[in-house]
Structure formats: structure tokens, C-alpha cells
Design a protein. Structure first.
Length: 238
């Protein structure tokens, strides 16, 4: 048993709950020699007296409750809708140059590579030309242009999918004291895996080869897009 030294007569150093926690009796295996409860039948056959009665009846062993809750328990509504794959816009096809309208790289021109299972678009700058890496973009936040890059010879690796962009869940083993002193400091950037760097270089190499076939296309991708005063996007031809 954990000893609770008396600070003054009648007052121990540890409380009752602290003593119980230190004893650790809750960790022991509790053995019970009670016999297993026998399963009772839902109905019992009883003989009923009287000339007009049936003689024998099945009587339930447990009576139904006399009182019921006044309010009905709400049941979740079953949806009969099945998820359908997101349909790609007719103006977007592999090799189409898109203009990003939101996010970190808004205003940049990117090349559309393929549509992922989630419905998002896989795009890239290429990174070597305008600094846009392999990214997923919602097609609601892009403008499709009439300019295209011929990608018939290049095939995107199947490993670049939605799981490719998932962040690894890492639990920090820092103490509470370290977290307190690092509260106001910016978080240290994690280094990019070498596999993703090599994948980006492979995609850039194939794209730049196709872009060089068209004159001034690299300059077009490098230039950012924006609206001037008096310009309206619905009146422009992309």
C-alpha cells in the first residue's frame, strides 16, 4: 500500500484518490466464480383453468413496459443518392492551358494533365517555367483557354493520384514545456521528399520538350494573368 505521510496530525500528504491510484488495485485481474446466467425462454407455457379458455397459453417471461417516451426518437434519414463521378468540362482536355483563379498561385497559367478520381484536376506550371508544382485544382476555379500543349506522346504515371498528395500524419513527441516556448515561433518547414522532386523533374522534362515546339509558348506560360480597369472576363475570348 502506498504510504501517505502525515503533514500534521490527521492530514496526510496524499488524498484518498491519490492513494487509491498509487495502490493500482484497478490493474489487477478480477476473478469471479459466479456461474454463467442461463438464457431464459421468451415465452412460458401455462395452463389456464376455466371451461371457455384454451387450456394452455404462451405467456411472455418479461412484461412489456407500461410507459413509453412522449417524444419519438429521431431516426437518421436514409439517402438514396449514389455518388456520381465529377464530369469534366468540355473545354478542358489533357494539354489545355488553364488560368488559376484562386489559391496561392492565382493568376498563373498551368497545363492540365489529367482528372483524378476525386474529380479534381491535376495541373503543373511546369515548375521550371513559372514555379507551379504538381497540384490538384477544382475546375470551378479555373478558366480554360484555347491554347493547348500536345501531350499525346507523354503519359502521366498512375502513382500520381489523390493518395499521392495526402499528408503523412506524424505525432510530435515534444514535451509540454517545449510546446509552450515554441508557441509564437513559426513552424519549421519539412523537407520535400526526394521522390516527389524526381517526379516533378520527369513531368517538367516531358512538358518542356512539348512546349518548345511552339514559339513563345514558354513566355506565355511564364506571364501572369490579370484584369485591367474596364475589362470584364465574360467579354474576353480566351
Amino acid at each position: 500500500m502506498a504510504r501517505s505521510k502525515e503533514l500534521v496530525p490527521g492530514i496526510g500528504r496524499l488524498s484518498r484518490s491519490q492513494v487509491a491510484a498509487r495502490r493500482g488495485l484497478f490493474k489487477g485481474i478480477k476473478k469471479s466464480d459466479k456461474p454463467a446466467a442461463q438464457e431464459t425462454a421468451p415465452h412460458i407455457e401455462k395452463t389456464i383453468g376455466g371451461a371457455k379458455n384454451g387450456g394452455k397459453r404462451l405467456v411472455p417471461t418479461t412484461k412489456a413496459p407500461r410507459y413509453y417516451p412522449a417524444e419519438d426518437v429521431r431516426q437518421p434519414k436514409k439517402s438514396r443518392k449514389s455518388p456520381k463521378p465529377t464530369r469534366l468540362r468540355s473545354s478542358i482536355s489533357p494539354g489545355t492551358i488553364l488560368i488559376l483563379l484562386a489559391g496561392r498561385f492565382r493568376g498563373k497559367r498551368v497545363v492540365f494533365l489529367k482528372q483524378l478520381e476525386s474529380g479534381l484536376l491535376l495541373v503543373t506550371g511546369p515548375f521550371k517555367i513559372n514555379g507551379v508544382p504538381l497540384r490538384r485544382v477544382n475546375q470551378a476555379y479555373v478558366i480554360a483557354t484555347s491554347t493547348r500543349v500536345e501531350l499525346s506522346e507523354h503519359k502521366i504515371d498512375d502513382k500520381i493520384n489523390d493518395a499521392y498528395f495526402a499528408k503523412a500524419a506524424t505525432k510530435g513527441s515534444r514535451s509540454a514545456e517545449e510546446e509552450f516556448f515554441e508557441a509564437g515561433k513559426p513552424k519549421a518547414k519539412e523537407p520535400l521528399p526526394e521522390t516527389k522532386t524526381s517526379d516533378q523533374k520527369e513531368v517538367d522534362k516531358a512538358l518542356i520538350t512539348a512546349i518548345k515546339k511552339t514559339e513563345n509558348l514558354a513566355k506565355y506560360l511564364k506571364a501572369s494573368w490579370g484584369l485591367s480597369k474596364g475589362q470584364f472576363p465574360h467579354q474576353l475570348a480566351f
